[in-house]
Design a protein around this ligand. Structure first.
Ligand SMILES: *Cc1c(COP(=O)(O)O)cnc(C)c1O
Length: 227
């Protein structure tokens, strides 16, 4: 038993709580997604024993092996990595959430391949808020059309947006990028989409992300250690 995963989780929760307090938000308004990529089933078991239920994975086959091995535990699995067309079936059959929708074609395949015996797949659209040319994520211009199309698909529920901003030079710069994501979400809500999730903020930018309305922060290294 590795006591440090439990200790690390407690520390991350304390950071989330402090950021929420500074932002005047209840601590319960931000969920922690423990990013367990590259770590084995044992590390996930230890985090679960310390109270963690939501886990994020980037590499589909690695994740599916882990999810299968840990079937007996009541865990919630989030896909936060890029998805190729030939991997959509595995994702649709094994994950609870997908944060990285950036093309309609992938969303359509996930919807078609979601087994009828499972609840609708919970999805976020990844948006490229800071305009990195080579980055995945839909551009803010193309977001509304993609969001309407995804929201209309059966077997999935569009919950919100996800971002992976470039490291910012200052807290103010980080906040401005996160604010853009929040404003994009609010714009979609005003159009009538029922969205409640902003997946943004990692170890380095948790506080500015929470200050701008993040509802889910994704943390790996600070919980499990260096990969
Ligand atoms: C790996 C990863 C994280 C967690 O990063 P750490 O530096 O390990 O905390 C969060 N979000 C995404 C999309 C990732 O790929």
């Amino acid at each position: 038993m590795n006591a440090s995963i439990a200790e690390n989780l407690a520390q991350v929760h304390a950071q989330i709580q402090a950021a929420c307090q500074a932002a005047g938000r209840p601590a319960s308004s931000v969920r922690l997604l423990a990013v367990s990529k590259t770590w084995g089933a044992d590390a996930v078991r230890q985090a679960h024993a310390a109270g963690q239920t939501a886990f994020g994975e980037n590499y589909i086959q690695e994740a599916v092996d882990k999810i299968t091995e840990l079937k007996a535990l009541p865990l919630e699995w989030h896909c936060i990595g890029p998805i190729q067309s030939n991997k959509t079936r595995l994702v649709a059959e094994h994950f609870d959430w997908v944060h990285t929708i950036d093309r309609l074609k992938i969303a359509q395949r996930l919807s078609e391949q979601r087994p009828a015996t499972l609840p609708p797949l919970q999805v976020c659209i990844q948006v490229n808020v800071d305009g990195g040319e080579t980055k995945s994520g839909v551009s803010p211009q193309d977001l509304p059309e993609l969001a309407r199309a995804v929201a209309a698909l059966p077997h999935m529920q569009l919950r919100g947006l996800m971002t992976i901003p470039e490291p910012a030079q200052s807290e103010a710069a980080a906040r401005s990028v996160h604010r853009q994501a929040r404003l994009l979400l609010e714009g979609l809500v005003q159009e009538g989409l029922a969205l409640d999730t902003l997946s943004m903020g990692m170890s380095a930018d948790m506080a500015p992300a929470i200050a701008e309305g993040s509802t889910m922060v994704r943390v790996g290294t600070a919980i499990f250690g260096k990969r």
